[in-house]
Design a protein around this ligand. Structure first.
Ligand SMILES: Cc1cc2nc3c(=O)[nH]c(=O)nc-3n(C[C@H](O)[C@H](O)[C@H](O)COP(=O)(O)OP(=O)(O)OC[C@H]3O[C@@H](n4cnc5c(N)ncnc54)[C@H](O)[C@@H]3O)c2cc1C
Length: 530
């Protein structure tokens, strides 16, 4: 049974279940007048909509899938009671966003609460060595120092430096232009420490690519914030945003894929959905539809040649391959005096194995030899994710979408690839035997695109973050300010600067631009505390 989207939301009252589409409601919404129509309900577009409704604008959000959230969603993918994150789990990037940092929207009132796991990250090696990142940076330094005193001191020096990154300074201009690998190889002497610094966290940009130097410092962002998890699942962020929007008289409809932009007198005046319904916007349309698809939703000549060129040259990124497990135990890694079961761990045999990734990707080949993997067991820190004593485990590996045999080949081989990944994990965590595994769901790079069309070609950040698609070039030169070439149309989400991940920055930036164009600002809106 479908439920009605709109309802009165009372702050502090028990949280009502999230809305689903009702055809009666959809018809009402179709005949209603909205200031802004939002196409797609990822966390970024929901953030933009949240600031807009707070400013008093009437917003309608149309999501193509049955639930809102895009890649920030949780669901019982395997068995009843096991709440898996369908994509993202770690919300570190968003901790520096003023929305969370300064509590601008009071999302705690709408059900959002963060857990900050400690230890933060663990990397076991087959020779018995291991490095654990703890919330206390001195403790992490000691972990490196037990392998190499010099590398412990280097970790400490770079941790201090990381608080002062200033891209215009000569020191940083050189470092940020170097490759991730150049910096790690030159600063750390031991291969365990180098492997840790290459994969903590793993980046979709290969470590030897130029201009990836900033990634050499990304371990310190999680040293600062941990890898925060919303209690109850990643989707609690987007659920809280949806509730905020509805509490401020916004309307959210699901199962509403947008297929066309309505253009009137050269202006974007609304959208049309695949079911034939159409919705009009008095002031603006905000899209988080992938630019590769958006460009086909209005006549080509409306975009201008430079925009079309930018879309045509847009590149995918190196993709992920995900296996979700419902288990009776978490991973248990041997450590001195017993075992350790962290939320986040990474398997990477050696720095060379990380460098090999770029080659396999370029050759469009699957490689399951010592497969690097990021293992995430949220239920260790958040028992609400699984029935008592049980666990959810997500194994994120890295494989190309566009295989030589074509992306459809994934449907034939994904179970074998998942088996190989599990076999490798068992070499580090031998407790995860068959009897401990209750169920599994595998998401190949092709499945990730099927789940969310914004994951274009399996790109979890909508596309590569190479220099050609970063900063003022995202999505393309001339159009990085969230305003699109068609009057009245704005764009947010991972296709826009600064790109993907759960940062919410494209969402808040788009709100700032739209509110400016409407004659106000985020600061002014927040001053009027309602
Ligand atoms: C497996 C995986 C693991 C990840 N892990 C992490 C992590 O731990 N930490 C982290 O920071 N990041 C992670 N990421 C990346 C991060 O989740 C995404 O980059 C980010 O969530 C993108 O958010 P968004 O708001 O840009 O859009 P999305 O979340 O992609 O949302 C876009 C929405 O628009 C909808 N839509 C698209 N087209 C239409 C249309 N035509 N009509 C209507 N609706 C439409 C989609 O259905 C979707 O709901 C991960 C991603 C994946 C796939």
């Amino acid at each position: 049974m479908s439920a009605i989207t709109r309802r009165n939301f009372v702050k502090g009252a028990a949280l009502a279940p999230l809305a689903l589409t009702s055809s009666a409601l959809a018809q009402t919404a179709s005949s209603e007048r909205f200031d802004i129509v939002v196409a797609g309900a990822g966390h970024n577009s929901l953030i933009t909509a949240a600031y807009l409704v707070k400013a008093g604008y009437r917003c309608l959000v149309l999501e193509g899938r049955p639930t809102v959230g895009g890649d920030v969603k949780s669901a019982q993918l395997t068995l009843r009671g096991f709440q898996h994150d369908t994509c993202s789990s770690a919300h570190n990037g968003i901790q520096d966003n003023p929305m969370i940092r300064d509590n601008e929207l009071n999302l705690g009132d709408y059900g959002l609460e963060y857990i900050f796991p400690d230890p933060v990250f663990h990397m076991p090696f087959l020779d018995g060595a291991y490095i654990t990142q703890w919330r206390d940076p001195e403790h992490t330094r000691a972990e490196f120092a037990k392998i190499s005193k010099k590398d412990g001191d280097t970790y400490w020096r770079m941790w201090k430096e990381s608080g002062k990154i200033e891209p215009t300074e000569k020191f940083w201009r050189r470092r940020l232009a170097m490759s991730h690998w150049d910096i790690i190889r030159d600063n750390f002497e031991d291969d365990h420490c180098r492997a840790f610094m290459l994969a903590c966290p793993w980046s979709q940009q290969p470590a030897q690519y130029p201009m990836t130097g900033r990634l050499a410092y990304s371990a310190f962002s999680q040293q600062r914030h941990s890898r925060p998890l919303p209690r109850g699942g990643s989707g609690k962020l987007t659920e809280a945003l949806a509730r905020f929007i509805e509490a401020h008289h916004g309307v959210i409809l699901t199962n509403k894929p947008v297929q066309r932009l309505i253009i009137e007198n050269g202006k974007c005046a609304g959208v049309e959905c695949t079911d034939g319904s159409s919705y009009r916007a008095e002031k603006a349309v905000l899209s988080t539809i992938h630019i590769k698809q958006l460009v086909d939703m209005a006549p080509r000549e409306m975009w201008g040649q430079d925009f079309v060129d930018g879309v045509e040259t847009w590149q995918a990124e190196c993709q992920m391959f995900v296996s979700n497990y419902a288990t009776k135990e978490p991973p248990k890694y041997p450590v001195s005096g017993g075992t350790l079961s962290p939320v986040h761990s990474e398997l990477l045999a050696s720095p060379e194995r990380a460098l090999r990734f770029a080659y396999d990707y370029a050759c469009r080949a699957v490689n399951v030899e010592d497969p690097p993997q990021h293992i995430i067991c949220c239920s260790v820190a958040d028992p609400t994710r699984a029935p008592a004593g049980m666990h959810t485990i997500k194994c994120v590996a890295y494989q190309p979408y566009d295989l030589k045999e074509g992306p459809e080949h994934w449907d034939k081989i994904k179970d074998q690839v998942a088996d190989a990944n599990l076999k490798y994990l068992r070499r580090f965590s031998p407790n995860l035997t068959d009897d401990k595994i209750l169920a599994r769901i595998v998401e190949s790079p092709l499945d990730l695109e099927r789940m969310n069309p914004h994951n274009w070609h399996g790109s979890c950040h909508a596309g590569s973050s190479a220099p050609s698609q970063s900063g003022a070039m995202r999505p393309m030169p001339g159009w990085s300010e969230y305003r699109m070439p068609i009057n009245g149309l704005y764009q947010t989400g991972a296709c826009t600067a600064p790109g993907g991940s759960v940062t919410g920055i494209p969402g808040r930036n788009a709100a700032a631009v739209m509110l400016k164009d409407f004659g106000t600002s985020i600061e002014e809106v927040l001053q009027k505390r309602t």
